[in-house]
Design a protein around this ligand. Structure first.
Ligand code: MN
Length: 567
């Protein structure tokens, strides 16, 4: 397979050739922190994408992925020169660059989801992963502070993401590259302890390799490859932690890998190995019949080999091997080869299914019926988080909100106090109104002012229950500051009347007939007035009702004057 550089040199007028020249020129004055030309990085990224066998637009976008953010080329220029698809992919990668993970409290799963949601197209994720792989390979050139942050982000976000996409090998490599930056002491310890074990295991396996080959061939199985895979440093360390750091308990420090052509040959080879060497109970794993959640398929077994040494075998077909290496990316191959029939709209994929489950289903589906490339192409368009958006705090934390959420929802999500004292917001550095609709990938900054209170208007546009509840509570409290403003619930009637026997009884029966409850009734002889005054407290604040009542009371003989006030 020709490298990207070879392709570019042999066909300078092809999209890859043009992107190569364009990127070389765009980054010509830039150097990486290692002192290397910056262009080396984008070329390396494109080369990685090439080895994953991704399509031409992805490789073009790989070459251009830093042109906007790091070389200041306007997106418009990319559009003119390379078209809409390239712009879409480059812009997607640029947006992903805004996420800066610092091991903050934000939920990790959110971060990973956001990477997918922001990408909208898995090819954007692939470019980001290729970019990250090369950055990790060259991480030693960066200052320690940055090394730590990038290694952590790789460990927490990108390696698990690669794993979920079925890119097992890439995931392992990313974990391994991050390991020495995150666990320097442990790395040195492993180096000392494990190295000799690795070496002696390898020698042992080299010795028995002809035995395996012979056994298979004698029984009609022609192995494609028999090789050995040393356990990844990072996963070895995790495993050692579970086994009291006892290296003798690690049976798969170096595993023998047998690759054959067909599935029956996998089971055949397993049988032959068991016939020759006794398997350890409980360690036979059939990931062909039951693939791992990320789609990994293989047969695993651990046997007691020659010299009573324990060996782990992994047996799989060539196709499985490819899929285990390239994961979901391996399907681009099918897409490029075949033409499609009927489609399943990704819209039909319900949002309730968790995204991991969904990825798994995709993998399953396209493995079983990989003659429907269009379905897969459709499914590559990530829109299964349609009703959620993922936005970023200025510190790089990810906040998961419903679609249509506003800066006010964002503020209340952070903290009720942030919500209550929010007076404005900036989205990607630009001031926006508080009812501005946020979009995935926006960096949102809330402008605060002390002792500010929310207004009832906010209730008209907020989307989250959290925001609504807090606003209502704050509005109630606000009312509490000025008790007078509280809605009245009762009234006091003031009745001036002549001194007549039975008059008070007449008044109270009229009030009762109007279905109004009397709370209090008292008569006083006020000085300076020759008539007594009745004060009646009634349990209504309904003005119309009260005014009607007053008309009735006034019609009673002996009543001179009636007035009221609400209380
Ligand atoms: Mn880059």
């Amino acid at each position: 397979m020709a490298t990207v550089k070879e392709l570019a040199k042999s066909q300078p007028q092809s999209p890859i050739g043009m992107a190569y020249a364009f990127a070389e020129k765009a980054h010509s004055r830039q150097k990486r922190e290692s002192g290397e030309p910056y262009f080396n990085h984008v070329l390396a990224t494109a080369e990685i994408l090439q080895t994953w066998r991704l399509d031409e637009p992805t490789i073009v976008a790989g070459l251009l992925h830093d042109a906007v953010e790091d070389a200041g080329i306007p997106l418009e220029t990319i559009r003119k020169e390379f078209g809409e698809e390239a712009v879409f992919l480059v812009d997607g990668v640029t947006k992903l660059g805004r996420i800066k993970y610092r091991g903050a409290k934000s939920k990790l799963e959110n971060m990973r989801k956001m990477v997918l949601a922001l990408s909208q197209d898995l090819r954007v994720v692939f470019i980001k992963l290729a970019d990250r792989l090369h950055n990790m390979q060259t991480l030693s050139a960066l200052p320690p502070q940055k090394q730590k942050r990038i290694a952590l982000e790789t460990e927490e976000i990108y390696a698990p993401l690669a794993y979920r996409l079925g890119m097992q090998n890439l995931a392992g490599e990313l974990y391994d590259l991050a390991f020495p930056y995150l666990f320097p002491k442990e790395e040195r310890w492993l180096e000392e302890i494990a190295l000799e074990h690795y070496e002696s295991r390898k020698k042992y396996l080299e010795k028995i390799k002809p035995l395996i080959e012979e056994t298979l061939k004698k029984n009609g199985i022609e192995p494609v490859v028999i090789d050995f895979r040393a356990k990844r440093r990072s996963s070895l360390y995790r495993k050692l932690l579970r086994h009291n750091l006892d290296m003798e308990k690690i049976y798969d420090l170096v595993a023998a890998r047998i690759i054959v052509e067909t599935i029956p040959e996998c089971y055949g080879a397993l049988g032959l190995i068991h016939e020759k060497w006794p398997p350890l109970p409980g360690r036979i794993k059939d990931y062909i019949a039951m693939p791992k959640p990320n789609g990994y398929r293989s047969l695993h077994t651990t046997v007691i080999g020659p010299e009573n040494k324990i060996i782990e075998f992994q047996i799989r077909t060539r196709a499985m091997h490819d899929e285990n290496e390239y994961g979901i990316a391996a399907h681009w191959l099918y897409e490029q080869k075949r033409s499609g029939e009927d489609k399943i709209s990704p819209k039909k994929l319900t949002a309730e299914i968790s995204w991991v489950q969904q990825l798994k289903n995709w993998l399953e589906k396209y493995r079983l019926q990989d003659e429907k490339p269009d379905e897969f192409l459709q499914a590559m368009k990530i829109d299964f988080f349609k009703d959620r958006i993922f936005v970023i705090t200025p510190r790089g934390d990810v906040i998961d909100l419903p679609a249509g959420a506003t800066p006010v929802d964002f503020a209340y999500h952070i903290h009720s106090e942030v919500g209550n004292s929010c007076v404005g917001a900036k989205v990607n550095g630009t001031l926006v109104p508080l009812n501005h609709e946020l979009r995935s990938g926006d960096v949102v900054e809330i402008i605060l002012q002390k002792n500010k209170k929310p207004t009832g208007d906010w209730l008209k546009f907020v989307k989250t229950a959290v925001a609504r509840d807090h606003i209502k509570t704050a509005l109630r409290e606000k009312g509490g500051f000025a008790k007078i403003a509280k809605a009245p619930t009762k009234a006091e009637l003031k009745i001036v009347m002549e001194d007549r026997v039975g008059l008070i009884k007449d008044i109270s029966s009229i009030i009762a007939r109007s279905h109004i409850k009397i709370i209090n009734f008292h008569t006083q002889n006020s000085p300076g007035s020759k008539f007594p005054i009745d004060k009646v407290e009634i349990a209504t604040a309904d003005k119309q009702k009260i005014e009607k009542l007053i008309v009735k009371i006034k019609s009673i003989k002996g009543v001179r004057e009636v007035s009221y006030k609400l209380a």
